[in-house]
Design a protein around this ligand. Structure first.
Ligand code: SF4
Length: 195
């Protein structure tokens, strides 16, 4: 697993839990508001953090932390994600996965080891999807991931980041109509620089 960063504890990345956060390297999307370019653009990749160093720290922090979050970048691009999630869970941690839903097959392999998933819906499905998140974004694959998640039995929420220039909050209704009754949906606001 290529890890570009590690946060020893966070109160905001796993709902209601104290969790460590593992940031994986690589993403096929190019969201205009991305706040982790160091994990997305190969020319900006920095030093990686050895997985075993994190595993030893997690062993020592058993009973202190509730869970571990895998985010990125896009964690499902990591071949060994399911195995690493399994290992983390075997230490007694809850495991949360943050994903953009671009790789439904990989998501399916990881779901058996997830206790919670937060999945992005970047824009209303259709031509706007690629405009907002660029790169190799593909809303068909994202919709497949949504279906997988819904049938998985794993707790989840969908989430969208709004930005006044790229996807204004006024368009949230166009996304909400893709949601099922009772589905949890989180709205985030990208940070903007005041002009
Ligand atoms: S999916 Fe996430 S990590 Fe990838 S470019 Fe978009 S915001 Fe950045």
């Amino acid at each position: 697993m290529k890890i570009g960063g590690f946060l020893e504890s966070s109160l905001i990345d796993y709902p209601g839990k104290v969790a460590a956060v593992i940031f994986t390297v690589g993403c096929t999307f190019r969201c205009r508001y991305c706040h982790n370019p160091r994990l997305v653009y190969p020319e900006l990749y920095g030093e990686t953090v050895p997985l075993e160093k994190i595993m030893s720290l997690l062993e020592r922090r058993r009973g202190i932390l509730d869970g571990v979050v895998f985010c990125g970048g896009e964690p499902t691009m990591q071949e060994d994600l399911p195995e690493v999630m399994r290992r983390v869970r075997s230490l007694g941690y809850l495991v949360k996965l943050d994903t953009n839903g671009a790789f439904p097959e990989k998501l399916a392999e990881a779901l058996p080891y997830a206790d919670y998933v937060a999945m992005d819906i970047k824009a209303p499905f259709g031509p706007d999807y690629a405009r907002v998140c660029g790169g190799q974004s593909d809303d068909f694959e994202v919709r497949r991931s949504m279906l997988l998640l819904r049938s998985s039995g794993v707790e989840y929420h969908f989430r969208t980041t709004f930005h006044p220039d790229h996807l204004p909050i006024e368009r949230s209704g166009e996304i909400e109509r893709f949601l099922g009754a009772g589905e949890r949906y989180v709205i985030q606001h990208a940070s903007v620089v005041k002009k």
